[in-house]
Design a protein around this ligand. Structure first.
Ligand code: PLP
Length: 381
C-alpha cells in the first residue's frame, strides 16, 4: 500500500489507512481462513493458497512495520524467539556467527545450546565494544553478526553504523535486535543494518497480551527469502487473532514509547546518586559510558528500560522489589504497566548479570507516582 504521508506517527495511528473492501470498515477484520479457493485453471488468482504462512492480516502489520522501520519487507512470526532464530536456521552447519556477551538471555542460551549442537559456531563479543567485535570477525567465514541495542539488562549501547562497517568488511549480515528501542527511537536500517528484529510481544504490541516477533529487511533479497522459507516450512507462524491484536497495539506505539521514555528518564535522573544505590544504568544519563552513541542513534528518546543496582547485593535488591507497590514483579517488558524484575535469579547460575540488579520496565503511568514508589521502597530499606 502506498503511504499517504511520510510521518510515522500518522501511519501508525491510522494503520496505513487499511479499509475492509466490502463495507469500508475502519478496522480490518480478523482473517481466520486456513485455505483459499483455487481457480478452474488451477491457479490461485488472489495469491493465497494455505494458512502456513499466508494470511491477509499479516500484510497489514508487515507493510506498516516496513514503513516505520524504513525497510523493504517484513515478516511476522509466532514469537520474538521464532523471529530471532530464523536467520540462524537459514545458515548452513559450520557457519560462524558473532553475538554479544550480554544480550537477551533466551537467545544466548539457544546459541550456546541448540544452535551449537546443530553446528553453528558462535563467538561472543563484549557488548558495545566494536574493537572486540572486529577482533572476532573472520573475513569470508563469519556469516552473521547479531547485535542488540540497548542490550538487556545492562543497557549498553552499540554503534550500529560502526558494526555495519565491520559486518560489510567480512561479508556478514548485520541483524539488530531493536526490541527495546522500537522504530520510534532508532531505525537500524538507516544506520546500515541488513535486518531488524523485534520481540513484538514487547513495545510493538505494548499491552502484555500478544506473543509475536518480527523481522524487517533492508532489501527483499536472499536473507528475506531464506527467513520466509524458514517461517513457512518450520511453521512458526503468527495466529490470525494475534496479527490483528498486534496491528491494534501498533497504532499507539509512538505515544506509548514517548511517555515511557519520559518516565524512565525522569526516574533515572531522580535516582542517580541515591545513597541506597550502587548505580543507575540508563543510556539517557550523561554518565552512561555509551551516552554519545546513544545521543546519535536514539533520536526519539532513550527508551523505557533501565536498571538499578542496589547496595547490599541480592538480598537488598529483592527487598526493594518486594516493597514496591506500583511496579509489578514480573518478567517481560514494553507494556503500559511498570514491571520490576530481579534478573540474575531468572537467568540462572551462568548469567553475566550482577545479583544486585533490578530491571525496570517503565510504563506510561504518572511520572511522580512511579518516582515516589521507588523512593519509598529504597528509603525504607
Ligand atoms: C522478549 C525478548 C525477546 C524474545 O521474544 P519473545 O517474544 O519472548 O519470544 C528477544 N529479544 C529481546 C530484547 C526481548 O526483550
Amino acid at each position: 500500500m502506498t503511504p499517504k504521508t511520510s510521518k510515522p506517527e500518522t501511519l501508525a495511528a491510522q494503520a496505513m489507512g487499511y479499509m475492509e473492501p466490502e463495507f469500508d470498515s475502519v478496522i480490518p477484520p480478523i482473517h481466520m481462513a486456513t485455505t483459499y479457493k483455487r481457480a478452474a485453471d488451477l491457479s490461485y488468482p488472489k495469491g493465497a493458497v494455505y494458512g502456513r504462512d499466508q494470511n491477509p492480516g499479516y500484510g497489514q502489520v508487515e507493510d506498516l512495520l516496513t514503513h516505520l522501520e524504513g525497510g523493504a519487507a517484513s515478516l511476522v512470526f509466532a514469537s520474538g524467539m521464532a523471529a530471532a532464530t530464523a536467520p540462524f536456521l537459514a545458515l548452513t552447519p559450520g557457519a560462524h556467527v558473532l553475538a554479544p556477551k550480554v544480550m537477551y538471555w533466551a537467545l544466548r542460551s539457544w546459541l550456546t545450546g541448540w544452535a551449537a549442537r546443530w553446528g553453528i559456531r558462535t563467538d561472543f563479543y563484549t557488548s558495545g565494544d566494536l574493537d572486540d567485535m572486529k577482533r572476532l570477525a573472520r573475513p569470508g567465514e563469519t556469516k552473521l553478526i547479531w547485535m542488540e541495542t540497548p542490550s538487556n539488562p545492562m543497557w549498553d549501547v552499540t554503534d550500529i553504523a560502526g558494526a555495519s562497517d565491520i559486518a560489510k568488511g567480512v561479508g556478514a549480515y548485520l541483524i539488530c535486535d531493536s526490541t527495546v528501542s522500537t522504530p520510534a527511537i532508532t531505525r537500524p536500517i538507516e544506520h546500515g543494518a541488513d535486518a531488524v528484529m523485534h520481540s513484538a510481544t514487547k513495545y510493538l504490541n505494548g499491552h502484555s497480551d500478544v506473543l509475536a516477533g518480527t523481522l524487517t529487511f533492508a532489501e527483499e533479497g536472499d536473507l528475506y527469502r531464506e527467513c520466509r522459507l524458514v517461517r513457512k516450512e518450520v511453521g512458526n507462524i503468527l495466529g490470525a487473532v494475534e496479527a490483528w491484536l498486534l496491528l491494534r497495539g501498533m497504532r499507539t506505539l509512538y505515544v506509548r514509547v514517548k511517555q515511557a521514555s519520559a518516565n524512565a528518564l525522569a526516574i533515572a535522573e531522580a535516582l542517580q546518586g541515591h545513597n541506597k544505590l550502587e548505580a543507575v544504568l540508563y543510556p539517557g544519563l550523561e554518565r552512561h559510558p555509551n551516552h554519545d552513541v546513544a545521543r546519535r542513534q536514539m533520536t526519539g528518546g532513550f527508551g523505557g528500560m533501565l536498571s538499578i543496582r542496589v547496595k547490599g547485593g541480592m538480598e537488598a535488591a529483592v527487598a526493594v522489589s518486594n516493597r514496591l507497590k506500583l511496579f509489578v514483579p514480573a518478567t517481560s517488558l514494553g507494556g503500559v504497566e511498570s514491571l520490576v524484575e530481579h534478573r540474575a535469579s531468572i537467568e540462572g547460575p551462568d548469567t553475566p548479570v550482577p545479583d544486585d540488579l533490578l530491571r525496570l520496565s517503565v510504563g506510561i503511568e504518572d511520572t511522580q507516582d512511579l518516582i515516589a514508589d521507588l523512593r519509598q521502597a529504597l528509603d525504607s530499606l
